[in-house]
Design a protein around this ligand. Structure first.
Ligand code: GLC
Length: 798
């Protein structure tokens, strides 16, 4: 069953039936102001931080779904009947009213056709301005003159998410609203530098700033009293709960159209609201900003464009997977309908991996993130598992001398440097790869010389930071020589407490080799020798200790018990142990093929690869929290999405393009577009996990958007399946594709040049390039870097 379709031309997902099983969300904003919005216009805005700077309120995990939101109501002033442009909150019978939601790149558009009135609500946040614009267009197709009222509605939030959810004896009296010059201003008495405003392109006929006056007691957003009455009560108050409702009466002759704009922004009325109101009352400025936003995404999506025989792959790679990966980098992982505030900052491993996906489309933001992560890196070699990079930024003392009773104490760097008990063994290793990839992509070798402070004091060059990461893993090994798992490794729920993790050792080997390539560029001969030796030692320990006969072990518990062995009844085989043995280069071909065959045999399902099987049914604290999660959910045997691309990469390493594509296609959200009764979640976003075969809801996807899956699948497809990979010596082309692909095209912009690449596969190969021509001339592989501004035609024959 499907609810919508991919409109590839416009890079939109179009939802035609609004009663999807769960909220299908989108992200507005690309800089500081963000709104997470559902297909029913439910959702919330925050400014920079979901914890500290909430703009509009959200009642997470509530009923009805995703309330409140950013709504526009229309009322027929002759009959008193009213509806909303998005299906919810009024929720008219959608067999009588036609609703469409288009989620695009950083914008959403709601359309409604009812009672002869065609209405449109386009929502976006300009690239450079902290204001959310709602561009409303109404057309009277009813053939008779109409008298209508239009109302906006948002519910403002108290600023800090905790204050918004508890201790109301304080918060309920600390913010207030007022109305002047057509603009609602919402202020925080306890935080006198903070204001939000709500404005429009018209002079309102009435307004409400007090939520309960607009909604009315024992009512909801479905049937607000103001809408029923056809007029707001012009309410404002100091203290209480606040909203932004501006009302306009309009008359439309047959076939007549009109346009209105609402503006929800950050800042005071005087400083921002009035300027913005004037600016966007001129609709040409609204159009110009929307054009800029479109251009912003056109630029990004033009860096790498693919055209292959796999339609789903094209759609996801050209648009949705890139968009998802960008979203994770720009907003980090803490603003969604699942993470709704309370945790902010950067997860060390999460952000390090997210960066890898978009070093080419967002060099600046990824560099900023890298610098933040380096500031959260300790001189001991480990990273701070979860930290707020703001702590390391110079303090702006915005309000000297005022003590704020409700505000959380400001942390000092020394408060957040945690000890070994909270170190996750994998966290910082990811950063080695992301930094090296960033430099390979952007060619800025000098970056390795930049000096960055350590979180616990002292400083080192970027290069030195990296050596400390590799040395840390070399030091923290168990008796077998395998890296200790410490608090956890990539799998947060595998808490080996003193045990060892094969995945971390495989990662260590992988990162050392990536690092060596950069050290070679820098002429660090001594280090190259040192780390080559280290790598050999790691490989030896892995090969001696971790082979289980048919596959690799996942590790050892503190008491030396094997994890992920055929000898066990549960948790016999783990996906990551196999994929990482192979993609790291540790496994020889024979073991690698066996291990990946075991993945196909034991972990494959039509919705993707399971993380482990069979799921654990009995708690075992030596293995960790994973044994305390229900079978088939999350880390206990679900189809955890993030590790799936590693299997694709591993298969590409083995040259098995058919198998790589089988694994890619199984979990591809695009391919589940007509199975929504099972999948439930958005088909344009990877979810954190899909219920596994040991759960009754096998196939149900949960937790969209904020997962490392996007960055990794983007990498798996572009660099491994399509095989286009920037290296220090040039652009490497080494595809690993299904044997029935006859050809495919890629346009790749890199270091200022454009490569138009056509790859032909006349002999139905899965891997192996036999000839490369650049502008008709035979070329080496990698293709040597061409001059900035040039455009070359590359013909590759497999
Ligand atoms: C969540 C965490 C991530 C972790 C994964 C597996 O997605 O954000 O850091 O690697 O779960 O436990």
């Amino acid at each position: 069953m499907k609810y919508g379709f991919f409109d590839d031309k416009n890079k939109e997902y179009v939802i035609e039936r609004p009663d999807v099983p769960v909220s299908w969300t989108n992200y507005l904003g690309v800089k500081d102001l963000c709104t997470v919005i559902s297909h029913n216009a439910g959702g919330y805005s925050f400014y920079k931080s979901t914890e500290h700077q909430r703009v509009t309120r959200f009642r997470p995990n509530g009923v009805p779904l995703d309330r409140p939101g950013h709504y526009v109501y229309i009322r027929d002033d002759e009959t008193g009947e009213y509806w909303s442009i998005s299906w919810q909150p009024v929720g008219k019978d959608f067999n009588k009213a036609k609703y469409i939601c288009r989620h695009g790149l950083s914008y959403s558009k709601f359309e409604c056709d009812y009672q002869g009135i065609k209405a449109e609500q386009l929502m976006f946040i300009p690239v450079e301005e902290d204001v959310e614009l709602w561009d409303i267009k109404l057309t009277n197709n009813s053939g008779k003159p109409r008298k209508l009222s239009v109302f906006s509605y948002v519910e403002f939030s108290f600023h800090h998410v905790e204050i918004d959810n508890q201790n109301f004896q304080m918060s309920l009296y600390a913010s207030g609203s007022n109305f002047k010059n057509g603009i609602i201003e919402y202020d925080f008495f306890y935080e006198p530098w903070t204001f939000h405003y709500f404005a429009s392109s018209f002079t309102p006929d009435s307004y409400d700033c007090v939520r309960d006056k607009f909604i009315g007691n024992y009512r909801s957003e479905t049937n607000p009293i103001a809408i029923e009455n056809g007029i707001c009560s012009n309410s404002t108050e100091l203290g209480g709960n606040h909203c932004g409702s501006l009302h306009k009466k309009i008359e439309l002759a047959p076939n007549e159209s009109t346009r209105l704009v609402f503006m929800l922004g950050v800042g005071s009325r005087e400083e921002k609201g009035e300027v913005v109101k004037e600016q966007f009352s001129d609709f040409a400025n609204v159009d110009a900003e929307f054009k800029k936003l479109k251009h912003y995404w056109e630029e990004k999506t033009s860096v790498l464009k693919v055209c292959t025989p796999n339609k789903g792959l094209n759609s996801m790679i050209n648009t949705w997977t890139l968009y998802q990966a960008e979203t994770c980098v720009v907003w980090s992982r803490f603003g969604s309908f699942i993470e709704t505030g309370g945790r902010v900052g950067l997860g060390y491993r999460d952000t390090s991996q997210d960066i890898m996906g978009v070093t080419h489309t967002n060099p600046n933001k990824t560099k900023e993130r890298i610098l933040e992560l380096l500031q959260g890196h300790t001189s001991y070699g480990y990273g701070l598992h979860l930290f707020d990079p703001e702590v390391f930024k110079p303090k702006e003392d915005k309000l000297p001398g005022v003590k704020l009773p409700t505000v959380v104490p400001t942390s000092d760097p020394s408060d957040i440097v945690h000890g070994m008990e909270d170190v996750c063994a994998d966290d910082a290793i990811w950063l080695v790869a992301s930094i090296c990839e960033w430099v390979e992509e952007n060619g800025e070798l000098e970056f390795f010389d930049e000096v960055i402070p350590y979180a616990n004091g002292g400083e080192g060059t970027v290069y030195e930071h990296l050596t400390k990461i590799l040395d840390f893993s070399a030091k923290h090994v168990g008796q077998t020589g395998i890296c200790k798992g410490l608090r956890a490794d990539w799998n947060d729920c595998l808490n080996l407490g003193g045990g060892e993790s094969s995945m971390v050792s495989f990662m260590h080997y992988w990162a050392i080799n990536i690092f060596i390539k950069s050290a070679e560029q820098l002429g660090q001969d001594e280090d190259i020798a040192k780390y080559k030796e280290m790598a050999e030692k790691v490989k030896k320990s892995c090969e001696n200790e971790l082979w289980d006969g048919e596959w690799y072990l996942r590790g050892f518990t503190k008491s030396g018990k094997k994890i992920g062995t055929h000898q066990d009844e549960e948790g016999k085989i783990f996906l990551n142990a196999q994929t990482w043995a192979v993609l790291s280069g540790v496994a020889d071909t024979e073991r690698a093929e066996k291990a990946m065959n075991a993945v196909d045999e034991h972990l494959y399902s039509k919705y993707g690869l399971h993380l482990l099987t069979p799921a654990y049914s009995t708690p075992n604290d030596e293995i960790g929290y994973v044994t305390r999660v229900y079978k088939g959910i999350k880390e206990n045997g679900s189809i955890f999405s993030h590790p799936n691309p590693w299997a694709v990469i591993a298969e590409c390493e083995l040259g098995r393009g058919n198998r790589a594509m089988k694994f890619y296609d199984a979990i591809l959200p695009f391919n589940q577009n007509d199975k929504i009764e099972i999948r439930q979640s958005e088909p344009y976003s990877y979810c954190q996990f899909i219920m596994g075969k040991d759960h009754t809801a096998h196939g149900r996807a949960r937790h969209p958007w904020l997962t490392g899956t996007a960055a990794w699948f983007y990498t798996a497809v572009t660099k491994h399946i399509l095989g286009i990979k920037p290296t220090y010596s040039g652009l490497m082309i080494d595809p690993c594709i299904p044997s029935d692909w006859e050809e495919f095209d890629v346009i790749r912009k890199w270091r200022g040049a454009t490569y138009n690449i056509k790859i032909k596969n006349p002999n139905n190969k899965e891997k192996g390039v036999s000839e490369i021509k650049v502008n008709g001339e035979i070329s080496s592989n990698p293709i040597p870097i061409v001059s900035k501004g040039s455009e070359v035609n590359v013909e590759v024959t497999m």
